[in-house]
Write a protein that binds this ligand. Sequence first.
Ligand code: THU
Length: 131
Amino acid sequence: MDKKDLAKKAIEAKKFSYAPYSNFHVGAALLTDDDEIFTGTNIENSSYGLTMCAERVAVFKAISGGKRKFKAIAITTDLEEFCPPCGACRQVMNDLCGKNLVVILVNSKMEMKTFKMENLLPHSFGDDLLK
Ligand code: THU
C-alpha cells in the first residue's frame, strides 16, 4: 500500500462526510500494521459540540475492530491548502496510534505533505505518565 493509494481511500471516504453546518468535508484513511484500512469522515450534529472529526472516526473504528498497531493515516479536505488535524485528533492519534504514525496530508490537487506524529504533538501527555 503506497501513500497515493491511502490518499485515494481518504478522498473516497470524504464523499460520505456529514457536514450540513460547516460544509467542510474531511476524509481519513488509517492503515494498520497488517495492511487493513479503516476510513472515517466527519459527522456533525445539530448540537454542534457533539461533532466528531474524520480522523477520530477512523481511529475508533479500527480500535473497535480489534486493531492496535498502525502505520499511517491520510487526511484530506476540499482545500488547496494542507489541512492539519485538530488538537483533539492529535491527542487521540498520538495515544492510540503511537508517536511513529505517519500522518499524510492530502490537498485537493492530490499533493501530499508527510509528518511524523511526534512532530505534530511534541511534549505530549500520554499513558506513560499514568503508570
Ligand atoms: N474536522 C475534522 O474532521 N478533522 C479535523 O481535524 C478538523 C475539523 C471537521 C469537524 C467539523 O465537522 C468540520 O471539520 C469543521 O470544523
